[in-house]
Design a protein around this ligand. Structure first.
Ligand code: FAD
Ligand code: NAP
Length: 532
């Protein structure tokens, strides 16, 4: 039998969260090991290599803020960095802070069980290793477990099939190929215009039309960069006070849509449409709470789609019929324009469902499509998928899969009663994917490092959220969500994209108040947790 490797802390995942958590644990002088199933660092930016993959968050905000030299020295070329640029940045961080020696790559955590006798988490991995640690930090990512729908006949396809998050590292030659993209979420909307330019023919299979706004990518403005870098810390601090932890320089407009006249409303929307990116969704303060305001903003985008797409029948198919900003906002660079190309066809799979994948392509209820490549841009089993793939057992053998059978429950989005010393970074019940993830990740990592430091300083062996704190927190999350229009559409926030997944709104709309609450809990000696 191989000996058990024992650590103070084990972190699962070497994306942005796991890398920073390792850095902080080292600063505390704790023995730490990161387990990562990929062959290198980067997480999201390691896996998602599809053509056109890039960030939606403005470049000066999607980077670590913990090291002043790093943020001063790093140069981003464009408003939204590309996947290779972000991966290059994360590799630089790994090199600069010599993170790799403490990371085991190509290793998947399969199971984790809490040993109540010596307060240790015992982990087993796919290479047969056994490890144990006092603290277990799940940095497994919210958008990391790909969703590949089960379609009859998949195994018979003679061409090649790829999920956007499992794109071949060596790239893919698409010129001259007949390609299908299934799905029209953020990944699809980024990749469709690029694939359309490369492939001989592209067929897009759409289940839900998409409210997409122009990204308006462009080279960064050197003057703006100089201004931000003159006080980068101040810029970050101001962003952390914003509702989504970003864009303090283009803040949300704190005005209700219906409180201004029609002309003024159109002017504001047009101004933000021209600005591009997430600021569009901050045009008014009640888009997600007032149905009439929501409709006014949606109508504005409907007209835009109709003006861009030449074929009125295709424009109709591309126009969503649900609450705008209810699914995750999507940004595009020429998405709707792509459907004016002669080599692109749109298929509404609600009207003509996909029946099977065949040896030569795909069959719908109405037609056969001859294909060389099928791209699944079908998203992820978000927020809980990667966690529940691991067999996690807490006190008394309690299984996390059973505990979360009706949907995730926890305290502060950080800890689940019954699972002492185990924490999730950007877990369900925290603002997480509703914010700039860099900000959400740094806030969680810093709170957790303080908590773990406190535990060691006070010689506490165990920390566990109480059931009462969990129940109150879950009620709080539901109450905030119920005040909004967020339940009015099928989104992955709700688990609606995964057949059989409980319909529970997972993230908490509530940044930056959430941060105050976390700080308050810590200041009160970790109120709501039992320390022993
Ligand atoms: P991840 O980057 O997902 O890393 C998790 C890591 O855990 C992965 O490397 C995975 O391999 C590993 N792992 C999981 N399970 C196991 C296991 N059992 N054993 C071992 N290793 C395991 N957010 C924004 O704020 N702005 C954006 O513009 C933005 N763009 C995005 C674009 C794409 C294409 C996607 C998919 C997401 C985007 N996001 C964006 C969200 C993005 O996921 C986060 O910003 C951030 O990268 C998450 O980092 P993380 O370290 O928490 O998780
Ligand atoms: P997604 O938003 O969940 O989109 C998946 C698409 O596939 C949707 O159109 C979905 O339709 C469709 N789909 C799912 N299952 C299907 C099935 N069985 N048959 C047919 N169609 C199906 O996934 P994503 O585009 O990969 O994006 C996920 C998240 O990652 C984003 O919301 C965002 O947070 C992040 N992301 C960010 C960026 C960026 O910032 N630049 C880029 C990519 C991804 P329905 O809508 O009907 O479910």
């Amino acid at each position: 039998m191989r000996p058990v490797d024992r650590f103070d802390v084990i972190i699962v995942g070497a994306g942005i969260s796991g890398m920073y958590m390792l850095y902080r644990m080292r600063q505390l002088g704790l023995s730490t090991r990161v387990i990562e199933m990929a062959s290198d660092v980067g997480g999201t930016w390691y896996w998602n290599r599809y053509p056109g993959a890039r960030c939606d968050t403005d470049t000066m905000e999607y980077s670590y803020s913990f090291n002043e030299e790093l943020q001063q020295e790093w140069e981003w070329p464009e408003r939204y960095p590309t996947q290779p640029e972000i991966l290059g940045y994360l590799n630089h961080v790994a090199d600069r802070f010599e993170l790799r020696p403490d990371i085991s790559f190509n290793t998947r955590v399969e199971a984790a069980a809490f040993d109540e006798i010596d307060n240790q988490w015992r982990l087993s991995t796919d290479d047969g290793a056994e490890l144990s640690a006092r603290f277990l930090i799940m940095a497994t990512g919210c958008i990391s477990e790909p969703n590949i729908p089960a379609i009859a006949g998949m195994e018979t396809f003679s061409g090649s099939m790829y999920h956007t998050a499992r794109w071949p590292r060596e790239g893919l030659e698409l010129s001259g190929k007949r390609v299908a993209v299934i799905g029209t979420g953020s990944s699809a909307v980024q990749t469709i215009p690029v694939i359309a330019r490369q492939a001989a023919h592209l067929t897009v299979f759409q289940r839900s039309a998409q409210w997409s706004v122009p990204a308006h990518n462009r080279p960064v403005d050197p003057e703006m960069v100089a201004e931000i870098k003159a006080d980068y810390a101040g810029f970050r601090a101001r962003n952390r006070l914003q509702p989504a932890g970003q864009l303090s320089h283009i803040p949300s407009n704190d005005v209700a849509a219906m409180s201004v006249g029609e002309e003024e409303r159109a002017r504001i929307l047009e101004e933000r449409w021209q600005l591009g990116g997430f600021p569009f969704f901050g045009a008014f303060n009640d888009v997600l709470t007032d149905a009439e305001s929501n409709r006014a903003v949606a109508d504005f985008v409907r007209v835009k789609i109709r003006n861009i797409v030449k074929d009125p029948r295709v424009a109709d198919m591309l126009t969503p019929d649900y609450t705008i900003n209810c699914k995750r906002p999507v940004l595009d660079s020429g998405y709707f324009e792509t459907f004016n190309r002669s080599n692109v066809q749109l298929v509404d799979i609600n009207a003509t469902p996909i029946e099977a994948i065949t040896p030569s392509g795909l069959r719908s209820s109405e037609a056969d499509y001859e294909l060389d490549v099928i791209v699944f841009a079908t998203g992820f089993d978000a927020m809980t998928g990667a966690l529940l793939k691991i067999d996690i057992r807490g006190r008394g053998g309690l299984s996390l899969r059973e505990k979360w059978a009706a949907g995730p429950v926890n305290y502060l989005g950080l800890q689940v009663p019954g699972f002492p010393n185990l924490f999730t970074i950007t877990g369900p019940g925290s603002p997480s994917v509703l914010t700039n993830m860099m900000v959400a990740i740094e806030q969680h990592v810093e709170w957790l490092s303080d908590c773990i430091e406190f535990m060691f300083e006070h010689d506490h062996a165990r920390i566990e959220a109480s059931e009462e704190a969990q129940d109150a927190w879950v009620a709080h999350v539901n109450e905030v969500v119920n005040r909004s229009l967020r339940l009015s559409c099928n989104s992955w926030y709700l688990g609606a994209n995964i057949p059989g997944k409980p319909r529970v709104y997972m993230p908490l709309p509530g940044f930056p108040e959430y941060v105050e609450k976390c700080d308050e809990v810590a200041a009160m000696g970790y109120a709501g947790f039992v320390l022993s």
